[in-house]
Structures are given as structure tokens and as C-alpha cells.
Design a protein around this ligand. Structure first.
Ligand code: URA
Ligand code: SF4
Length: 202
């Protein structure tokens, strides 16, 4: 199957990677989305956050974590004392995947083929930055970086080395917190996310 490797530019800096990713057709997602949403942040960021894929708002704006999940993330970052403009935020998959329900576009999880196809972009971003701390938001990035058996429920909050960063940690995806119906559980998960971000910055 085709992967993003076929679209890699000669230069491996973040700006060149982003321009090249805009032309990526390694999976079908580019056909339906408005635009490719690349990672964002300084090239010397110490901390990299990795989400799953852009949502409806991100697809319209062309920037990661701008919708409801991004707002919750921003609040948690602020509580943890992390400035958003000092970290790099990206996603495992760079195009929005959705099903149309009336005039709404409902997020669909990327499948293993799309994750595999898009992975070279993430690896190139991580190689360009070389973060000292890598934070996986939810199961999709956690399984992409720790392996398919990883479970957020049992594995979150502990710092482990991966191929990409000596200090890699997984935590709840903010969208999973927003979807949680039980208010007690919801506030627990929010506290977990904040404390995992504090771990990341210390
Ligand atoms: N959820 C993600 O995983 N990434 C985004 O950019 C937005 C929502
Ligand atoms: Fe390429 Fe990733 Fe977009 Fe698929 S989702 S077309 S692999 S950038």
C-alpha cells in the first residue's frame, strides 16, 4: 500500500514537510477533507503533543486542536502552566475523516491503513524537532507509538522510552473527556490530563 514516504520532500525542515504534506494523496482521506492539517509550533519545542486527527473545526481552519477538544486542551495546558505557543501540537493522521449526517460532519476514527499511510509525516516531524517529552493524547497516538496492545486505562500517566523520545507518556484524549457522561469520572479524567501535562513539563 502507498504511504506518505512517496511524498517526502528533499528538505526535512518543518516548513518543507508541511508544504509537501499539502500534496499528499497516500490515502483516500485527502479526497473528502478541505485541507491537510499539519502540526504547529516551534521547531525547538521541548514538548510535542500528538492527537488522533483533525476534526471539523480543524479541517475548516487548517490548524490542530481548534474545536471543543482544543478548548479543553487549552484549559488543561493553562492549569498545568504550559504555554501553547511553546509546544508543538500535531496529529497521527493529517486529514479529517467523517461521515455526513444531514449538514453535520461526524468524526470517524482513522483505520489502521490510514494510520500506516500517514505515519511518515509524524515521524518526520518528530525527527525534525527531537522533543525531550512526547505526549500521546488518547489511544490512537499511544498505540501508534507504544504498540497495538497499549491501553490508556492501564498505561496512562507513566513515562516510558520509545523509539522517538526517551520520555513518552500517554493520557486521555480531551474529546474522550468531553464525551464522558458520568460527571465524577469526567472530572477524574480532567485531573488525570492536567497531572499528566504537569509530569510532561517537570
Ligand atoms: N482531535 C484531535 O485528535 N486532533 C485535533 O486536531 C482536534 C481534535
Ligand atoms: Fe496523506 Fe495522511 Fe492525508 Fe492520508 S491522511 S492523504 S496519508 S496526509
Amino acid at each position: 500500500a502507498e504511504t506518505a514516504t512517496n511524498y517526502m520532500p528533499a528538505e526535512s525542515d518543518l516548513a518543507s514537510l508541511k508544504v509537501a504534506a499539502e500534496c499528499c494523496q497516500a490515502c483516500d482521506l485527502h479526497r473528502f477533507a478541505n485541507q491537510m492539517v499539519f502540526g504547529e509550533g516551534p521547531r525547538d519545542a521541548k514538548i510535542v503533543l500528538v492527537g488522533e486527527q483533525p476534526g471539523d473545526r480543524e479541517d475548516l481552519e487548517g490548524r490542530p486542536f481548534m474545536g471543543p477538544a482544543g478548548q479543553l486542551l487549552d484549559e488543561c495546558l493553562a492549569i498545568a502552566g504550559i504555554r501553547r505557543d511553546e509546544i508543538y501540537i500535531t496529529n497521527v493522521v493529517k486529514h479529517f475523516k467523517f461521515t455526513e449526517r444531514g449538514k453535520r460532519r461526524l468524526h470517524k476514527k482513522p483505520d489502521s491503513r490510514e494510520i500506516f499511510a500517514c505515519r511518515p509525516w509524524l515521524e518526520a516531524e518528530l525527527a525534525a524537532i527531537g522533543p525531550t517529552m512526547l505526549v500521546c493524547l488518547g489511544a490512537t497516538p499511544a498505540q501508534a507509538l507504544f504498540g497495538r496492545d497499549f491501553r490508556i486505562t492501564t498505561g496512562r500517566g507513566s513515562v516510558q522510552p520509545t523509539e522517538w523520545c526517551q520520555r513518552t507518556i500517554a493520557t486521555w484524549h480531551p474529546a474522550a473527556i468531553l464525551r464522558m457522561p458520568d460527571p465524577t469520572r469526567k472530572s477524574q479524567m480532567t485531573e488525570n490530563l492536567v497531572s499528566d501535562l504537569v509530569t510532561a513539563v517537570t
